[in-house]
Design a protein around this ligand. Structure first.
Ligand SMILES: Cc1cc2nc3c(=O)[nH]c(=O)nc-3n(C[C@H](O)[C@H](O)[C@H](O)COP(=O)(O)OP(=O)(O)OC[C@H]3O[C@@H](n4cnc5c(N)ncnc54)[C@H](O)[C@@H]3O)c2cc1C
Length: 393
């Protein structure tokens, strides 16, 4: 979609571009360019988070009262688009995009005062402890127990696929506080210090060769009751609210940037024939349609409304579109799609905008992005939600 930007928004876009030109060092751009996953090296994320935090731009979606920039929906969209175009690294999103909004809605004043500034300045890095070995899509069957003992809960159990736990110092976790209640009724939402005695991690390496997620074990870990968010046994409401943010993430800006890279690769490898150009155009049309839905969702949240099932639609369409673009990237590389070949063929070419790292990232990203239709709720689960809510099935 071509947003007909007002003069004020055009000026804002220019301000963002100028800032990015200056603030994004070659090292930060390179770290993101060779990133095969959601998050690039943690040192680059920390550096970028810090730069944005100092500028007051690290939490585009937060209201001003909690330290956000107070931007309009259009400004947030412009900022996300320009960051993606400029190849900026991600920030510490588990705190900014998940834990923060939850604390704003469900947290006590003391929790907000303590944790929100530490999310903004990067003092605390969060990870998400929802999934367990036998509780993924069927999250409500989770078994990690929290038993009250005086002014603490004693937490025992394990989490799996915990992205960034090896870099984080806090985890927000769903735990079972009433084993006799119906599955959704007996869950609570806890904030747990990862340095607490009794916590251990085991790395899991994904098929792109990256260590991004982990298993997290809790062996009689003491967590103050004051670290519970929301009422005891009402953690499911908190969990569902948070998932709206996870599922409603900004896919369109990322998809648009990826399409741009695929076109560059296709030029390098001479894959840009009519048939391939038609596939690119079809993907481009879908990116524009996705942008429209994302803007609608952003507009709803900015009015304090729930995104509801739109989050599922965005997750489903966005993740599948990104996988389609990954496949176009591989098609553009043709017979040179293995990581080493991609690096070699693109580095031997004189065409400058695509560096060898980017050629490498096309293939590695394809591998990594197989996970995108799994995390945050699989495509099948999103289809179930939409079928129930929209088709009444
Ligand atoms: C890269 C990555 C990062 C992740 N990061 C985190 C994280 O930081 N924190 C966290 O808590 N979790 C994380 N996860 C876990 C993720 O949320 C789960 O993998 C996801 O919810 C699916 O659960 P599962 O893996 O147990 O698969 P299962 O639930 O066992 O599903 C297996 C298959 O069965 C299908 N299926 C299941 N139920 C139904 C149904 N009712 N109808 C139709 N089909 C169904 C699924 O679609 C899937 O194809 C991450 C996962 C990945 C891949």
């Amino acid at each position: 979609m071509n947003l007909a930007l007002s003069y004020a928004d055009q000026a804002f876009a220019e301000e963002v571009r100028l800032f990015l030109d200056e603030a994004l060092t070659p090292e930060l751009r390179a770290a993101e360019a060779r990133n095969p996953a959601t998050f690039c090296e943690v040192s680059a994320i920390a550096a970028w988070h810090d730069i944005l935090s100092r500028k007051g731009w690290v939490a585009p979606n937060w209201p001003r009262e909690f330290g956000g920039p107070g931007w309009t929906v259009t400004q947030r969209f412009i900022f996300a688009r320009e960051c993606e175009r400029a190849g900026a690294p991600r920030t510490f999103t588990f705190g900014l995009a998940m834990c923060g909004p939850v604390l704003m809605r469900y947290g006590t004043k003391a929790q907000q005062d303590h944790f929100l500034p530490r999310i903004l300045d990067g003092a605390d890095i969060w990870c998400q402890g929802y999934s367990e070995p036998s509780a993924g899509s069927d999250l409500a069957s989770l078994r990690t127990r929290a038993v009250r003992e005086g002014d603490h809960y004693v937490v025992t159990g394990s989490k799996i696929w915990t992205t960034f736990a090896h870099h984080a110092n806090w985890i927000f976790a769903l735990v079972r506080t009433d084993p006799d209640a119906k599955p959704q009724r007996g869950i609570s939402f806890l904030l747990i210090d990862l340095k607490s005695p009794g916590i251990s991690l085991r790395p899991i390496v994904n098929m792109a060769g990256d260590h991004e997620f982990n298993e997290v074990y809790f062996d009689a870990v003491h967590v103050p009751i004051s670290n519970r968010v929301g009422d005891e046994n009402d953690g499911w409401s908190v969990a569902k609210y948070l998932l709206e943010f996870e599922r409603g993430a900004d896919y369109a800006t990322r998809a648009a940037a990826m399409l741009g890279k695929v076109k560059q690769v296709a030029r390098v490898t001479n894959a840009l024939n009519d048939a391939f150009a038609r596939k690119l155009s079809a993907a481009e049309a879908d990116v524009l349609a996705l942008e429209m839905i994302e803007l609608r969702a952003m507009s709803a949240t900015s009015l304090g409304q729930s995104v509801g099932t739109t989050a599922s639609m965005l997750k489903l369409k966005g993740s599948e579109l990104i996988q389609r673009i990954d496949e176009l990237g591989l098609e553009a590389l043709g017979p040179y799609a293995s990581p080493d070949q991609a690096r070699a063929v693109l580095s031997h070419n004189q065409f400058t905008p695509v560096g060898p790292e980017e050629g490498y990232a096309v293939t590695a990203r394809y591998l990594y992005d197989r996970s995108i239709t799994i995390y945050g709720g699989t495509s099948e689960v999103q289809r179930n939600i939409l079928a129930r809510a929209m088709l009444g099935l």
